[in-house]
Design a protein around this ligand. Structure first.
Ligand SMILES: [Zn+2]
Length: 304
C-alpha cells in the first residue's frame, strides 16, 4: 500500500471540514431554531400533563380534558416560539452563544406575538391530526390518550384469535392505548374494566362468559351456524332476564394494552381507586406543530 503523507492528509481533512461547514452554514439557523422550538414545545406538553396529574384531569375527563389540552397546546406553542427566538438571538450574537445559555431578562416578543404563536400552534396541531385531550394523562379505567380504534367484546371473556390479531396490529400502529408503548405483549383490554362494567351482575357475567367462550370455540368448527343461532337465543334470554348483560356488552370495547399498564390497571380496579398515568409514546406527526411555530420566527424581528 502506498505511504500517505500525514501533512497532506491533515490538509485534505481540514479542507473537507471547511467545505462541509460552508455547505451546512445556511441550514444551521433552521436546524437550531427547529430543535429549540421542538424542545420548548415538548417541555410545555410535559408541564401540561403534569398539571393534569395534579388537578386529576385525564384525557377521559369530559369537557375539562379537551379544554385543558387545547390550552396546553397553546401554551406549548408560545414556549416553542420563545425558544426559537431566543436561540436565534444567541446564534446571531455569536455562534458560541448557544453554549452560554442564560435566562432572558425580558420577554422576547410582545403579547400579541405570543397569542399568535399559541393560535398558530393550536391550528397546526389539529391539522396534523392531534387530539387535545391526548395531551393529558391516561386514566387506566377509561380509553387512554392513544385510543384511536377499538373492537367489540363478547362478554367479559378474553379476546378471540381474530380480535387478538387485530389488536396486535392496532398496538403496532398506535401503541398501548394508555401509555403509547408499541412493543411487547399485546393484551385485549376491556374498557370499562370487567369489575366496573359487570358490577353487581355476577349471574349475567357468568352467562355472558359462557356465551363468549362457546362462540370463540365454535368459529373454527363446522357447527358454527348452529352455535351462532344458539348464541343469539342465549343473548335474548339474558336480555329478557333483566340482568342487563346487553348494556355491559354493548358498552365494553377491546383496546390494545401493554403488560405493565394491564398490571397497574388491575391494582387500581382492585383497590377501587382512580389511577392516572403519564405517557410519552414516541414521535407523532402533530408534535411538529411546535417546530412549525418556531420556524415562523426565522425572519421575525424581535419584539420590544
Ligand atoms: Zn401501556
Amino acid at each position: 500500500m502506498e505511504n500517505v503523507n500525514p501533512d497532506k492528509l491533515g490538509q485534505l481533512t481540514r479542507q473537507g471540514l471547511q467545505a462541509t461547514g460552508h455547505f451546512f452554514k445556511p441550514v444551521l439557523p433552521y436546524a437550531v431554531q427547529a430543535s429549540a422550538s421542538a424542545i420548548g414545545f415538548s417541555l410545555g406538553l410535559g408541564v401540561c400533563q403534569a398539571m393534569g396529574l395534579v388537578l386529576r384531569v385525564s384525557c377521559g375527563t369530559p369537557v375539562a380534558g379537551p379544554v385543558m389540552g387545547m390550552l396546553g397546546v397553546g401554551l406549548s406553542s408560545a414556549m416553542a416560539g420563545q425558544a426559537s427566538l431566543y436561540s436565534q438571538q444567541r446564534l446571531a450574537a455569536h455562534p458560541s452563544g448557544l453554549l452560554r445559555l442564560r435566562a432572558p431578562s425580558r420577554p422576547l416578543m410582545s403579547r400579541q406575538d405570543l397569542l399568535t404563536d399559541a393560535l398558530v400552534g393550536i391550528a397546526a396541531y389539529k391539522m396534523l391530526g392531534g387530539r387535545f385531550r391526548a395531551v393529558l394523562p391516561s386514566d387506566l379505567c377509561k380509553p387512554g390518550a392513544f385510543a384511536h380504534e377499538s373492537l367489540p367484546t363478547v362478554g367479559a371473556g378474553y379476546a378471540g384469535e381474530t380480535s387478538r390479531a387485530e389488536l396486535r396490529r392496532l398496538m403496532r400502529r398506535d401503541g398501548c392505548h394508555h401509555c403509547g408503548w408499541k412493543r411487547g405483549q399485546c393484551i385485549g383490554d376491556h374498557i370499562p374494566p370487567n369489575k366496573l362494567a359487570w358490577a353487581g351482575n355476577s349471574q349475567a357475567e357468568r352467562l355472558a362468559n359462557s356465551l363468549a367462550s362457546a362462540v370463540n370455540k365454535a368459529r373454527k368448527t363446522s357447527k358454527w351456524t348452529a352455535v351462532k343461532q344458539g348464541a343469539a337465543a342465549m343473548q335474548s334470554v339474558l336480555s329478557s332476564a333483566g340482568a342487563s348483560p346487553r348494556s355491559a356488552a354493548g358498552l365494553q370495547r377491546f383496546y390494545p394494552q401493554c403488560r405493565k399498564c394491564s398490571q397497574l390497571q388491575a391494582a387500581a380496579v382492585r383497590s377501587n381507586r382512580t389511577r392516572l398515568i403519564l405517557h410519552k409514546g414516541g414521535p407523532r406527526s402533530w408534535y411538529f406543530a411546535g417546530v412549525l411555530v418556531g420556524l415562523r420566527h426565522y425572519y421575525a424581528i424581535p419584539g420590544p
